[in-house]
Ligand binder design. Structure first.
Ligand code: NI
Length: 267
């Protein structure tokens, strides 16, 4: 692939296949030729030596991205880093999280180690890996068993490697004064928002407010047949300025912790 814009566009196309709702919301935001800018794109992986954050980040670092922050999610056994483009602030940040396998029960470790062994190293080294999906056969019974321990583990097991969510920058959408107005607009499209910890995560004092849709359920072909499972979600972020006048660019672990739950199964 020849340039970063094309790479990000291919990620968006793959993502909207998993999340047609995002394409619908994006169109509603862009009505009247409005430009919709992304705040960040999020990816999920495991901290397996072949597959940790670094193995995904290298595909962005070559385009000028740099490691700019780290986050810990003790309860969910996750670790994450965010990357920013060094010269173009309009480029979305990249947020990559990894499941800490050594903190998982033996069944999870064994399953993940088995599926990781099936991925050829040259696939991981090619940038198409970012939207390559699964590289292993999937079983619904294994998916359910993983989900009992870690919803995150089951998501990556079933969907593989692809954008988990895109996030729109509310600061760059002049039709909405605040995140509350945007949430009302999105719900008006018939879309359900993630209400875990309240619809709005974070406060202006924390310099970042976020909300997100609940992931839609999409059909997946498992060994046992086709099952509908939560896919991807769309997120919205409003940033506030630091004392120096520049918008805060980091993330709030407490808020992100709740946002992860946007791929939880809804009853
Ligand atoms: Ni996010």
């Amino acid at each position: 692939m020849s340039n970063l814009n094309q790479f990000l566009e291919t990620m968006w196309v793959d993502y909207t296949k998993m999340n047609p709702q995002a394409a619908q919301i994006f169109q509603a935001f862009s009505k009247g030729n409005k430009h919709v800018l992304n705040d960040h794109i999020a990816l999920r992986t495991f901290n397996h030596p072949k597959l940790g954050i670094k193995s995904l980040a290298k595909h962005f670092e070559k385009y000028g991205y740099k490691d700019c922050g780290e986050y810990f999610f003790k309860e969910k056994k996750l670790y994450a880093k965010h990357y920013e483009h060094q010269t173009n602030p309009d480029m979305p940040k990249i947020f990559i999280s990894e499941l800490e396998l050594e903190k998982m029960p033996e069944f999870v470790q064994k399953t993940i180690n088995q599926i990781v062994e099936l991925i050829p190293q040259n696939k991981i080294d090619s940038e198409e890996f970012i939207f390559s999906g699964t590289h292993w056969p999937i079983e619904h019974s294994v998916y359910e068993k993983l989900a009992e321990v870690s919803e995150y583990a089951s998501w990556v097991y079933a969907w593989g490697f692809r954008p988990n969510h895109f996030t729109v920058s509310i600061n760059h959408l002049d039709q909405f004064k605040n995140i509350q107005d945007l949430n009302v607009f999105v719900k008006g499209l018939g879309v359900k928002l993630n209400a875990s910890g309240g619809e709005i995560k974070g406060t202006p004092e924390e310099l970042l407010e976020q909300s997100s849709t609940m992931a839609n359920e999409e059909p997946v072909q498992f060994k046992e047949g086709i099952f509908k499972i939560p896919a991807c979600y769309y997120e919205f972020a409003k940033r506030y300025p630091l004392a120096n006048g520049k918008l805060y660019q980091g993330f709030i672990a407490k808020s992100a912790d709740k946002i992860f739950e946007s791929t939880n199964k809804q009853n």
